[in-house]
Design a protein around this ligand. Structure first.
Ligand SMILES: N[C@@H](CCC(=O)N[C@@H](CS)C(=O)NCC(=O)O)C(=O)O
Length: 235
């Protein structure tokens, strides 16, 4: 087997707390490729300091956009076959919305909401040696705060940030409508992007306005269930 997929461990009852890690794995599954999953706790050891990354025939490919491009180019996979050019444009724009904004709202809700932060802190850092168990999360929290500020979203009031998230979730719910997947009966690349983040927003153990916004859309529950069964039946 020549493909290794490096990602975070799973937790909170979902395949991965990182929607990006789930996305890359779904792309591999959609491409019907065999791979070995490799768990890494420290993203600083990844080629670009973030997870996931793929290793294929000894070459490391970091970032899910490049993983997608690699699968399309080297394995001739067409994730969006059957979509019109207009659908592809909508898919592209919605994927950017999820990855460049909704993801950041999710990050904010986990790290900046004190209730969730205590749980997240325990999950990621709870098993560290006592001597660093308080220091490392404090440093990580500072880095996330700075990343949120650098992105720009962290400069807004909490209620405005959550409103952004609710708007993005509403757009996804509207696109899904009564369909099985984002563009009909067959999953496409947008499902590999949208389902992981919707699922992650719906983790009951991580409460807050984002969870409430996600739960307000009736079509999401059946959608995540359908995608879970298709790609992660063990969950
Ligand atoms: N654009 C990247 C984003 C990956 C990403 O943001 N990964 C996060 C987890 S969801 C990460 O590794 N964060 C660790 C860090 O920033 O230190 C992709 O598409 O793969």
């Amino acid at each position: 087997m020549s493909i290794t997929y490096t990602q975070f461990q799973s937790g909170f009852g979902v395949p991965n707390l990182s929607p990006f890690c789930m996305k890359g794995e779904i792309l591999l599954k959609m491409a019907n490729l065999e791979y070995q999953s490799n768990i890494l706790d420290d993203p600083r050891k990844a080629p670009k300091g973030k997870l996931p990354f793929l290793t294929d025939k000894g070459v490391e490919i970091a970032d899910t956009s490049f993983i997608r491009r690699h699968l399309e180019q080297d394995y001739a996979v067409d994730f969006d076959s059957g979509l019109s050019d207009t659908d592809k444009a909508v898919s592209h724009a919605m994927a950017r919305m999820v990855e460049e904004r909704l993801y950041w709202v999710m990050l904010y809700s986990r790290w900046m909401d004190d209730r969730n932060w205590l749980l997240i802190k325990d999950f990621w850092f709870g098993s560290m040696p006592v001597i660093v168990r308080n220091l490392v999360p404090m440093i990580a929290l500072k880095q996330v705060k700075s990343a949120l500020h650098g992105h720009g979203i962290g400069r807004h009031r909490a209620e405005d940030i959550y409103k952004f998230g609710a708007e993005d979730l509403a757009a996804l719910s509207q696109q899904l409508g009564e369909k099985s997947y984002m563009f009909g009966d067959t999953p496409t690349s947008l499902d590999a992007v949208a389902y992981p983040v919707i699922l992650n927003c719906m983790i009951e153990k991580l409460p807050g306005p984002l969870l409430e916004a996600a739960k307000s859309h009736e079509n999401f529950a059946a959608y995540v269930e359908r995608c879970n069964r298709l790609w992660f039946p063990e969950f």
